[in-house]
Design a protein around this ligand. Structure first.
Ligand SMILES: Nc1nc2c(c(=O)[nH]1)N[C@H]1C(S)=C(S)[C@@H](COP(=O)(O)O)O[C@H]1N2
Ligand SMILES: [Mo]
Length: 546
């Protein structure tokens, strides 16, 4: 294909027309999604479907490299891909006007199908945003391409029909006078149609955005209005010795704003507490029950410090945090509903929690009811749960990784068996049962820090939720293990800070840490991947001492 001025003058408006049509399609979809359901828009639906189909290893990689930004990266990727597809459809439409527009409709159908099959779909109407957007995009593309062909003289028409493959045309394509408007497109009409299209879709998209964020604002206002009751069973104050002031160490209580976030939600669900309901049903439940938010707040609440850890946390990684949670003791609720643990003859050994965004997490009923402080949490560090951490209600089970216990935006609890149902992550090859592995992390010094010879404080945190940390040891290079100073324990469900005074001598050094939990088990040296049940191995940091 020869790229000359005339080819460019022809294809550039067509490509632009494709892009504008794609833009119009997304904008109109945004508007219609405000009327249907905010989560039913094509980018969210296709993105969600992509997340669910992403192999665990790739997802793990994405979480590791982009952290909480993994979703932003995915959405930008989808929009960029759509942009390229739109340009391709514009070019296709230049040659086959109807086929180009039909292509836009086809992508609309794909978006619609993705929206309808999402786990949080509310029915066939979820396809409407994608379909309406595609109709608008297809129409705009058809009209724009019309302005390109309308003004085209017969000679140029012939040149257009010949895509440029095969033998070069005997006659050279007409070379336009660069000063004169290209004869084969009616620039004025193109600009008029494009301008009108952009104007209308921008207005529609902006209106949709306003309506969608208005709903979010309503939920936010509802959250602001929540007054959390005082706990019937308060947590003791964090012992003063639990967090000695060591510069560079993680604070004992992680502020909400710094608490790690791991989930598959492309858009944080903004659930209204007023309309929220929790259903409890399944094997061994005496009649299904439904709870409102007000009913949960009206019960006796417990307040507990619990350290939550993600199974995707690498050795030394950041996906662990400690907060003071307020909530309803889950075992009480279950017992009232007639549920007994398997050890007392109960028929269900798995509790499956479902969220408003269709996530499913399975926890062992035995652990949930064995006396530990498993709860339906409503408060985090003195405020109602932040939306990102599960408002209005989430589950927590001390001692278990988040993906088998910590369902955010929970709306349904079903008692079932491990044999009869695999929740979301188990379908993706993660383990059915996953107690947190004993781990220690060096927070300071940082990797590759340049230090001065002399006393250096090495410090960090160690966790073995529900077993408790009994010992932390540090060693320099291949030297002997030395006992670190352990901060006072808050509870067995929280992490424990540790520190060690090191007389650093010049040279390059590797600092390694290991923890021993209260069962007497020292964390293994053997490095494993995070999948299927959490990383094992010891954290090391390499530093230089001058
Ligand atoms: N609805 C929902 N709940 C969820 C998840 C999710 O993807 N969706 N992720 C789980 C995982 S893997 C972890 S580690 C914790 C993280 O909770 P946080 O984001 O509040 O730290 O939430 C759990 N609950
Ligand atoms: Mo997780």
């Amino acid at each position: 294909m020869r790229i000359n001025r005339s080819t460019f003058a022809r294809t550039a408006p067509a490509a632009l027309g494709g892009l504008l049509s794609g833009y119009a399609a997304l904008a109109v979809a945004e508007l219609v999604s405000a009327a249907v359901r905010p989560g039913a828009g094509p980018v969210t639906a296709v993105g969600g479907a992509a997340v669910d189909r992403t192999p665990a290893a790739l997802k793990d990689w994405a979480v590791r490299h982009f952290g909480t930004d993994d979703k932003l990266v995915l959405q930008l990727g989808i929009v960029a891909t759509l942009g390229l597809l739109a340009v391709a459809l514009g070019l296709l439409a230049l040659r086959h006007r109807r086929t180009g527009s039909a292509g836009v409709l086809l992508f609309g159908a794909v978006g619609g199908a993705a929206a309808v099959t999402r786990p949080d779909s509310t029915g066939l109407t979820d396809a409407l945003p994608s379909l309406a957007g595609a109709l608008a995009g297809a129409g705009l593309l058809y009209a724009l391409i019309g302005t390109l062909r309308a003004g085209r003289p017969p000679a140029a028409r012939a040149a257009v029909r010949d895509p440029g493959e095969g033998p070069a045309p005997a006659e050279p394509a007409p070379v336009p006078d660069p000063a004169a408007p290209a004869p084969w497109w009616d620039r004025r009409r193109f600009l008029a149609v494009a301008g009108a299209g952009v104007l209308v879709s921008t207005a529609g998209g902006a209106l949709g955005r306003r309506l969608n964020s208005g709903r979010g604002r309503d939920a936010a206002a509802g959250r602001e209005a929540v007054r959390l009751p005082a706990p019937a069973s308060p947590a003791a104050p964090v012992p003063r010795g639990a967090s000695p002031r060591v510069p560079g160490i993680s604070p004992f209580t992680t502020p909400n704003a710094d608490f790690y976030r791991v989930d598959t939600a492309l858009v944080v669900p903004k659930v209204s507490a007023g309309t929220w309901r929790l259903r409890l049903h399944g094997k061994g439940v005496r009649g299904p029950r439904t709870y409102t938010y007000a009913e949960l707040l009206g019960r006796d609440l417990i307040e507990r410090d619990i350290t939550l850890t993600c199974v995707s946390n690498e050795v030394g990684g950041p996906y662990t945090g400690n907060a003071r949670w307020l909530g309803v003791r889950l075992a009480d609720l279950l017992r009232e509903a007639g549920v007994r643990p398997p050890s007392q003859g109960g028929p269900a050994d798995q509790l499956v929690a479902r969220s408003v965004d269709g996530m499913t997490l399975g926890s062992p009923v035995e652990e949930v009811m064995d006396g530990r402080d498993a709860m339906l949490a409503v408060g985090m560090n003195g405020e109602p749960l932040p939306f990102a951490h599960g408002f209005p209600v989430r589950m927590l089970v001390p001692g278990l990784y988040g993906y088998v216990s910590a369902c955010k935006w929970i709306q349904d609890i079903e008692l079932t068996t491990f044999d009869s149902y695999d929740p979301y992550w188990v379908k993706r090859n993660w383990a059915r049962r996953a107690p947190v592995k004993t781990q220690a992390r060096i927070d300071t010094p940082k990797p590759f820090a340049r230090l001065t010879a002399g006393p250096v404080t090495v410090a960090g945190v160690a966790w073995a939720q529900h077993r408790g940390i009994d010992r932390v040891e540090v060693r320099v290079d291949e030297g002997p293990w030395r006992d670190a100073d352990l901060a006072v324990e808050d509870t067995a469900d929280t992490w424990r800070q540790w520190s060690w005074r090191w007389q650093a001598d010049p040279g390059g050094h590797t600092l390694t840490v290991r923890a021993t939990d209260r069962t007497g088990t020292t964390q293994t040296e053997e490095r494993t991947r995070t999948i299927p049940d959490g990383a094992s191995g010891r954290h090391s940091v390499v530093v230089g001492v001058d």
